[in-house]
Design a protein around this ligand. Structure first.
Ligand SMILES: [Fe+2]
Length: 368
């Protein structure tokens, strides 16, 4: 395993101040109602149609992290993805709609809530709060492919000079750019194709929403949950995640190419020293979280605050603690669809034994 330097680890910390807003990421950038969107590519290329977009961290993780900032009333037009699309509401109140006309149902989300939209259906969303809103997005796979826009979205965009080519390029004819002769323009989906798209019921979508205020924790999901510094509540939202107890329930079980869970800890607590063989991204929802590691005998640490994002290197032994004064909430994204057994340090294993928490040969939790 290649040993990372502290400098390389710190490059994986993306502060909210480092996010770079793109106002021309998508074809609806000029359409009234959608023209005030700001999109961010934080980890991975995402699905932006702007070839000049800025990406904070390009390294493939098995998923993409992005964000959208939208003022009150702003709309993200109906579109469809080939891979999973998950939103975490960091700020504001949002209305999600779906279906070919956007009329198959609606989900209202507020701060801390999560929604996973099924692949291959049209979805859109609007900031219906009284203030600016901010969403984190997670898209499945390293290459989440191109967005398919609703037929009316393409027609409206054309009226404002924007045309999308089949090779993914966005052409701004209003700026005098001409459509290359050999290029193929993406045409609106025809009725025959639209008719093949499945319908998602309100009930089906309701089951794909994690409601923060109604959250129900699974206690003692990790080896260190009874040890000093490791006490926490956890919530399985998507996939099996990194819980030491692979039987921890999770809200959404279909494959996404990543897992998502929420950790809740009081000051002084969090995740004790361990490492993980797959990619892991931390997204701070609330509080101050200190990530500490040791490299060649030298201790190092960084404190993450609200909306900060960190990609933790694979196999790095680290601890994560709430060092704020309030209850902290941390969203954790882990690469892959499989359960990920954490590799705990000897001292964590010994401490857990005092609380009658042990591991079997596969790294699963055994309670006496
Ligand atoms: Fe999307």
């Amino acid at each position: 395993m290649k040993t990372l330097s502290t400098e390389e680890i710190l490059k994986r910390v993306i502060r909210k101040e480092d996010f770079v807003a793109d106002k021309t990421a998508f074809i609806d950038a000029r359409t009234p109602g959608s023209d005030k969107k700001e999109n961010y590519c934080i980890i991975g290329p995402g699905v932006s149609e702007n070839p000049n977009r800025f990406i904070n961290l390009i390294e493939p993780h098995g998923f993409n992290i992005g964000a959208a900032a939208m003022p009150n009333g702003c709309i993200n037009s109906l579109h469809l993805h080939q891979t999973a699309e998950v939103f975490i509401v960091a700020k504001g109140t949002w209305r999600f709609i779906w279906g070919n006309e956007g009329t198959d149902g609606e989900a209202i989300l507020t701060e801390g809530d999560v929604i996973s939209l099924p692949t291959h259906i049209f979805r859109g969303f609007k900031n219906i709060g009284s203030d600016d809103g901010f969403l984190f997005s997670i898209l499945g796979e390293d290459d989440p492919k191109k967005v398919t826009w609703g037929p009316q979205v393409l027609r409206d965009a054309k009226d404002y000079g924007l045309v999308l080519l089949e090779d993914g390029r966005l052409i701004d004819t209003a700026q005098g750019v001409t459509i290359p002769e050999e290029a193929k323009v993406i045409e609106p989906m025809i009725q025959e194709e639209l008719a093949k798209i499945r319908k998602v019921t309100q009930e089906e979508m309701n089951a794909r929403v994690f409601c923060f205020k109604d959250r129900f924790p699974y206690k003692e999901a990790f080896l260190d949950c009874l040890s000093e510094g490791g006490k926490k509540l956890t919530y399985g939202i998507i996939g099996p995640g990194i819980s030491t107890d692979p039987n921890r329930p999770t809200l959404i079980t279909n494959p996404h190419s990543f897992s998502l869970e929420l950790l809740e800890a009081e000051p002084g607590n969090g995740l004790s020293s361990c490492s993980q063989s797959t990619s892991q991204v931390l997204i701070v929802y609330k509080g101050e979280w200190k990530v500490s590691w040791s490299l060649e005998g030298k201790e190092d640490e960084i404190v993450l605050t609200e909306k900060d994002v960190m990609s933790v290197p694979k196999n790095l032994i680290r601890s994560i603690r709430n060092v704020g004064k309030e209850t902290g909430f941390l969203y954790v994204v882990s690469g892959g669809d499989e359960w990920v057994p954490l590799q705990w340090t000897e001292s964590v294993i010994e401490e857990a034994k005092k609380n009658k928490m042990e591991l079997d040969e596969h790294g699963r939790l055994i309670r006496e």
